[in-house]
Write a new protein. Structure first.
Length: 420
């Protein structure tokens, strides 16, 4: 086997920690050469996962990338708005990329990264981890087996879950598309990628509708204050979204994702952090522009149609795939169940489809997708032969088109970059 790939982590937040922890389980294939993050405690959290390796530290990704080629793969897990610039710098510096989704903040930038990587002979592995889960691998296997007959249509749902939605998309880093990417790109490019992968045909048309139904000032409980710590009369048990829950049942896994030094922080420290930061705001009085529900309708060149529903008010992913011989339906992390999958033949027969236990940390680990992605990295970056970086573009382009369609009320066609 070739020597281990040397990883350089740019950004040491929750995603970097997940990948570093997974990489540490494959020491013969992967090692860590450098980390970069402006927050020292964040760097320390990643370094703690690779204690037996000599690792260089930098304050920023730009400093790391200016220091010469320190490793083989730049692992870029910073906020969305930094991906494009840092990815370009890393490609020019000689790195292959493990790039967190979305690859960039516009469809044009996605195209540019792909063309740059192809021209330089570099490889980009995008963190579309759902492709690597046992659940979706099994779904793909059943479709490819022909058991459904001819594929006709797909219905899919991404239930973000109410607390997750408010944590990330109302209070959090992805609350405003101008600071990151549109909700349907930031959260559901996973799902648009999966639809494209399952159908295995070029998309030709997208339409979409979206809205923010609930997290609005007029829906706030009577007397609710701008911050949960003002104090608010609904903070202690009267509101499902009270920020004080970061001290109790919502401390894990949510607080470690956003509060530096959370492990040694007292309740008083956490309350003070909530008083000053975004995560202490009332969810009904934030300035987010994210929809809490969106529907995306797709037409593919093969004639297959698909529909994706994103909603804040469900948890987990559900899918129903219609074929001329059978229907395949199932869910992952929905209704308190890890996964379930069944094939319902049109003659009445029903087959339960066995899905491998992904192990790991379930919902947080994307149903085993995080670990499985990392386990394949060495092979993906070292396999001989040509490598085409267009493999991840469709999921991005569908999601960006869906955002445009929802904002304009017009269908978007692949052959035309503007609404029609």
């Amino acid at each position: 086997m070739a020597p281990p790939l040397r990883l350089c982590f740019i950004g040491c937040g929750a995603r970097a920690k997940a990948y570093a922890e997974a990489a540490a389980r494959h020491p013969s294939a992967l090692s860590t050469a450098a980390v970069a993050d402006p927050v020292a405690s964040q760097r320390a959290d990643v370094l703690a996962l690779v204690p037996d390796q000599a690792v260089m530290e930098f304050n920023t990704g730009e400093e790391l990338l200016a220091a010469g080629k320190l490793g083989d793969v730049a692992v870029i897990t910073t906020q969305d708005r930094f991906h494009y610039r840092q990815a370009k710098l890393a490609l020019h510096a000689g790195y292959d990329l493990l790039l967190e989704k979305p690859a960039a903040c516009t469809a044009v930038e996605v195209h540019e990264l792909v063309e740059l990587a192809n021209s330089l002979g570099r490889r980009i592995v995008l963190c579309f981890v759902l492709r690597h889960t046992p659940f979706y691998r099994k779904v793909k296997e059943v479709i490819d087996s022909g058991a459904l007959g001819k594929l006709v249509s797909i219905q899919a749902t991404e239930g973000v879950e109410p607390w997750h939605f408010t944590h990330s998309f109302v209070r959090g880093h992805w609350s405003r598309s101008t600071d990151s990417t549109p909700m349907i790109v930031a959260k559901c490019s996973h799902d648009t990628d999966i639809l494209s992968w399952l159908v295995d045909s070029e998309w030709v048309e997208v339409s979409s509708f979206a809205g923010n139904q609930w997290f609005r000032p007029e829906n706030a409980p009577a007397g609710a204050t701008a911050r949960c710590t003002d104090p608010c009369p609904h903070a202690n048990g009267g509101c499902a979204y009270a920020a004080q829950r970061y001290l109790t049942d919502k401390k894990q896994p949510w607080l470690p994702q956003v509060m530096s030094g959370w492990a040694s922080a007292s309740d008083t420290d956490i309350l003070e952090w909530l008083r000053q930061g975004n995560w202490g705001r009332c969810v009904y009085h934030c300035d987010q522009d994210t929809p809490d529900h969106q529907v995306v309708s797709l037409r593919f060149a093969s004639g297959v149609t698909a529909q994706l529903l994103m909603t804040a008010f469900d948890q987990g992913r559900r899918i129903r795939i219609h074929g001329t011989e059978a229907v395949l339906q199932g869910s992952m992390h929905a209704d308190g169940i890890e996964h379930r999958l069944e094939l319902r033949h049109h003659d009445g027969r029903v087959e339960e489809i066995e899905v491998e236990d992904p192990g790991g940390n379930g919902y947080v680990g994307h149903g085993g997708g995080d670990d499985a992605l990392i386990a394949t990295l060495h092979e993906q970056f070292t396999a001989p032969g040509p490598y085409d970086n267009h493999h991840f573009m469709a999921g991005h382009l569908i999601a960006f088109a869906a955002d445009t369609a929802a904002r304009t009320g017009l269908a978007i066609y692949l052959s035309h970059p503007t609404p029609h």
